[in-house]
Unconditional design. Sequence first.
Length: 97
Amino acid sequence: MQAPINEYEIRNFLATESFEPRYTCIYSTGKTAADLICRILAYDLGIDYNVAFIPMSYGGNNYSKQLMNVVIDCLNKGVAPKLVERKNMYDIIYIKT
């Protein structure tokens, strides 16, 4: 499974000196740290460790600033959303309320 773009970027930042992280890498830094801590604890305790990526959800009564909501809001206002060109696959799910 391919990691979400922010997690890919923070791992790139850790691996190279020339990579310039975006502000959103702060979020993925916390996720990466938590993942590594959990992996170490699981190894130390001799238990299996498994991680899953939760899909981005959107739908009625969700007013968060997640990608889908921001893009839809821009399009509804007739404004071109500010997007970056990436080849990342997203797992997006619509939840009907």
